[in-house]
Ligand binder design. Structure first.
Ligand code: HAS
Length: 559
């Protein structure tokens, strides 16, 4: 059960980003068509970098942050059975919303085309930075609001382990909080003053190292709510029991430890940081793959347990005896498809992390190929599935068109692999990850014609069209559900599917949040103190700003 005030806030936090996502996926479609040379980059009003910024900011930042806050708010009230302070929650909501509106102003007026990574020395209008800051601060406020109910719960349940879902969402926001402090420093001390014209130069190395201090943990902030669903909800939907409760707790613990001190793997090719630290960050990056590998085995064992209870025999029979297309357990399809997509997505990450291979793929189309299989796979499908589930429960309605609802993740699976494999193929052929020169490279009359990029770029465009069509089906199901008849009283019927545990081990130290934070801070200090010092001393500290205001000059090299 959720309190009335919290139900309203959570509903708004879920519906607003889904409405914005319509714009986000539309821009994604345009990217693929433009890069395949089908349309010019200004064909629909926005130029390439403006559209790419909108696509990245809405899909990767706004949707994920609003969802994590909404999901966390619901998890805390549901599992701790304590009311959240609704005044604080409204404050968090308004901060995030005003932040989004300010950033939208910069992007829509063409003064914020700095992409979701807002990389120095590119400089946007000040509203972009203030907007992003408010969005982050709003999410912090929501997080701080969870401590009082947790403390009260611990007091009332001495010696009991914390609910796994609660622990998972705390892990998500501990990572988020630690990681957003350096990017806040980057924005407030370096980027915003320059945007306001108060400082003539920016230290590019420092700004970038602070950004990636945040940028990689950011991806686990996106991923961990999905992991909460895999550990807590998937076992129930699969008709089994979570194989090991300890494994779940250990996984969240390892993410808090290793998801942060890894940012230099995004900067292997950049000067200014010593090789030893790049190597150290590379080693930590391999460590951060371990919790995902543990998850792969734990979830597989959980699925196997469910299937064997239903009578599956043989070594692999259980793999096929899953409710893949069940209308009753339609949420299962969103979670399982996300997991299957993550197999290739995760392997791509391990390839990127390898220092020597990274030089082949860095800044090529391979990278979007990797992240569409991660953030566009398990993360997006978990968000879509859980948003649909929660919105129906919060409004007392039933999900409409369940057949279509189940079709969405499977269509997404096919389309996403089609697009991503095209991107990876282009990337291996050295196509850049960002370019507004599609028509030039793909024009046989141009001296820059790259014939080998034609086929993969068309593959990407077909994948983009299929993905966009699938997204429209999801929006149809979502809004039909929202507009449907009320059939139950949301006051009493809200629930999360919650699985039992097969091996309910004693958690010991992995249940102690303070231990997590202390060890994490030690690893961060080891990994970051010297690279940040090197960045401060770096000779690139005097870069003048570059304002990519629209229209961005397009170099016409084909004549
Ligand atoms: Fe990444 C770049 C390395 C995971 C997102 N990554 C990016 C960027 C994004 C991103 C957005 O080391 C681009 C940033 C930019 O704009 O420049 N990534 C990794 C590694 C992992 C990884 C090692 N990435 C993610 C996740 C993301 C994400 C998750 C989003 C949510 N990534 C990199 C590196 C770069 C990078 C470099 C920089 C590249 C460059 O040069 O620019 C690991 O966490 C992956 C570990 C995962 C696995 C897979 C486990 C499999 C599971 C599924 C099991 C399936 C089951 C189903 C059980 C090892 C859990 C069974 C089914 C049955 C039917 C039985």
């Amino acid at each position: 059960m959720l309190s009335q005030a919290n139900r309203k806030i959570v509903l708004l936090e879920l519906v607003i980003p889904i409405v914005l996502l319509i714009l986000g996926v539309w821009q994604g479609l345009l990217q693929t068509l433009m890069r395949a040379g089908v349309i010019r980059d200004t064909a629909f009003g926005f130029d390439y970098y403006q559209g790419l910024t909108l696509h990245g900011v809405v899909n990767a930042v706004v949707l994920t942050t609003f969802f994590a806050v909404a999901f966390g708010n619901a998890i805390m009230e549901y599992y701790l059975k304590k009311k959240l302070n609704s005044t604080v929650n409204w404050l968090s909501f308004w901060l995030m919303l005003v932040g989004v509106l300010l950033a939208a102003f910069a992007i829509f007026t063409g003064r914020g085309s700095v992409l979701y990574t807002f990389y120095a020395p590119m400089i946007a209008h000040w509203t972009f930075y203030v907007g992003v800051t408010l969005l982050v601060v709003g999410s912090w406020v929501a997080f701080f609001n969870w401590f009082a109910p947790l403390r009260a719960w611990v007091k009332e349940h001495p010696g009991e382990k914390k609910p796994l879902a609660v622990l998972g969402m705390f892990a998500t926001f501990i990572i988020w909080f630690i990681a957003t402090v350096p990017v806040a420093l980057d924005v407030l001390l370096l980027q915003l003053p320059q945007s306001l014209g108060l400082t003539p130069h920016i230290n590019v190395s420092l700004s970038r190292v602070l950004f990636w201090f945040f940028g990689h943990p950011l991806v686990y902030f996106w991923l961990l709510p999905a992991y909460v669903m895999y550990y807590v909800m998937l076992p129930k939907l699969a008709g089994g029991k979570l194989y090991s409760d300890f494994a779940g707790r250990l996984v969240f613990f390892l993410f808090v430890l290793f998801s942060i001190p890894v940012g230099l793997h995004h900067q292997y090719t950049e000067p200014g940081y010593s090789r030893e630290f790049k190597l150290l960050h590379g080693i930590f990056t391999f460590m951060v793959a371990i919790p995902s590998l543990i998850t792969a085995f734990t979830v597989a064992a959980t699925l196997e347990h469910g299937a064997r209870r239903r009578g599956s025999r043989g070594l692999v029979g259980w793999m096929f005896n899953q409710p893949f297309f069940s209308r009753e357990q339609w949420l299962f399809s969103y979670l399982i498809v996300g997991l299957i997509i993550f197999i290739l997505g995760g392997i791509g990450g391990v390839i990127n992390a390898s220092y020597n291979i990274n030089k082949v793929v860095h800044n090529t189309s391979w990278i979007p190929g990797h992240f569409h299989l991660t953030v566009g796979g398990p993360v997006l499908l978990a968000i879509w599935g859980m948003t649909l589930y929660m919105v129906a429960k919060l409004t007392g309605k039933t999900v409409q068109h369940k057949g279509l609802a189940v079709a969405v993740p499977w269509l997404w699976f096919f389309s996403m692999h089609f697009m991503s494999l095209g991107q990876k193929w282009e990337g291996i052929l050295e196509a850049p990850r960002r370019t507004n020169m599609g028509l030039t490279y793909l024009n046989p009359d141009s001296p820059l014609f790259m014939p080998e990029w034609v086929l993969p770029s068309h593959m990407v465009a077909i994948g983009g069209i299929l993905l966009f069509t699938t997204a429209l089906i999801y929006f149809f199901v979502f809004f039909r559900t929202l507009a449907g008849q009320k059939v139950a009283d949301p006051e009493t019927t809200f629930e999360f599917p919650t699985g039992e545990t097969l091996h309910d081990e004693k958690p010991g130290w992995v249940d102690k949040l303070k231990v997590w934070v202390v060890v994490s801070l030690i690893l961060i200090a080891v990994a970051y103190v010297l690279p940040i010092k090197q960045a401060i001393d770096n000779s690139a500290k005097d870069a003048p700003p570059f304002k990519p205001d629209n229209p961005v000059p397009v170099v016409q090299m084909d004549k």
